[in-house]
Design a protein around this ligand. Structure first.
Ligand code: SIN
Ligand code: FE
Length: 304
């Protein structure tokens, strides 16, 4: 229990100490309802030499201006100069990380297996505290995630993090889950993205199908992007909405639906992360999904 108190309150976070296949559905449900699932140690194979290699990037840290992303489906690394000597090594480390983590998640969250869509992974070597970023890109402000270039059409964003920093916690704030705070704030104020014409939407759909770099956004995706920005802009929400501090210690691992749990990273450097898109038909508690909540409060169809 002592370790638990150091991480965060049980209303926001559940620590996994031992698990069996029978609990898989319960963990899916708890995640979907806005809990962070926490492991004090990485629950899958993660070689110590890989961790050391990632940390050794410290010496050449000035090379990193932003996070490095890895796209498992295409085996592509982004954010590191193409001539960089350690590039291939880094790619190999992220490839292995992504594969081992995915194997674990498929087992731990068995109801999702065969339905998870593997999205990007990332290496986050920069100190988060005091990063100088434009408002909408700031991650130290509470927000829910939405990807401008990868619409999900109601699918959910599940992310798994590892703090590979040997010395410092990664510190987050998290807020109340989507199904609690969104009906409340949308009940008292109008939060609505501009309506696009049917023509604009049909055009985007066709363009994206023929491979043009135009995201085919549903009404849901427009709402989530709008809400992401709205939350970061809204100082009342930032200051007054209930939040909990979570301290993720060195070597720990956690997973969370970042489209449903408002989160902000306050400090820490050296994290690894893998994102999955969980399609609506894989969810065990679809009533808690943002798409369902938005349909309820707006009385509009969202995902079609
Ligand atoms: C985020 O999704 O806001 C970033 C969280 C982190 O890097 O710890
Ligand atoms: Fe985020």
């Amino acid at each position: 229990m002592a370790a638990m108190a150091a991480v965060g309150p049980s209303s926001a976070i559940i620590e996994v100490k031992a698990y069996s296949g029978e609990q898989a559905r319960w963990y899916c449900d708890q995640l979907e309802r806005g809990k962070v699932i926490f492991f004090s140690e990485v629950p899958f194979e993660f070689p110590d030499e890989d961790r050391k290699f990632l940390l050794s990037q410290k010496q050449t840290g000035s090379r990193f201006h932003k996070n490095i992303s890895y796209r498992p489906a295409k085996d592509i690394l982004k954010g590191m100069a193409s001539g960089a000597e350690d590039r291939e090594h880094l790619q190999r480390v992220l490839r292995t990380f992504s594969a081992e983590l995915t194997r674990f998640v498929t087992k731990f969250l068995a109801p999702y297996s065969g339905k998870l869509k593997l999205d990007f992974a990332s290496f986050r070597p920069l100190e988060e505290q005091g990063r100088d970023l434009p408002l909408h890109k700031r991650n130290d402000l509470l927000h829910v995630d939405a990807f401008p270039t990868r619409p999900t059409h109601g699918g959910r964003i599940l992310r798994v993090f590892v703090n590979i920093n040997p010395a410092a916690d990664r510190v987050w704030n998290v807020g109340e889950p989507f199904h609690d705070f969104v009906p409340r704030i949308m009940g008292s104020q109008k939060i609505e993205p501009p309506q696009r014409s049917g023509f604009a939407r049909a055009f985007a759909r066709v363009a994206s199908r023929v491979g043009l770099p135009v995201p085919d956004r549903s009404r849901y995706d427009e709402y989530m992007l709008y809400l992401h920005d709205w939350l970061k802009e809204n100082s009342d929400f930032q200051q007054k909405s209930p939040k909990f501090e979570l301290n993720f210690p060195p070597g720990s691992c956690w997973m969370v639906y970042t489209d449903g749990v408002p989160h902000a990273v306050m400090s820490g450097r050296y994290a690894l992360e893998q994102t999955f898109i969980v399609p609506p038909d894989a969810l065990v508690s679809p009533d808690a999904a943002p798409v369902h909540v938005l349909e309820g409060v707006t009385h509009q169809p969202m995902a079609s």
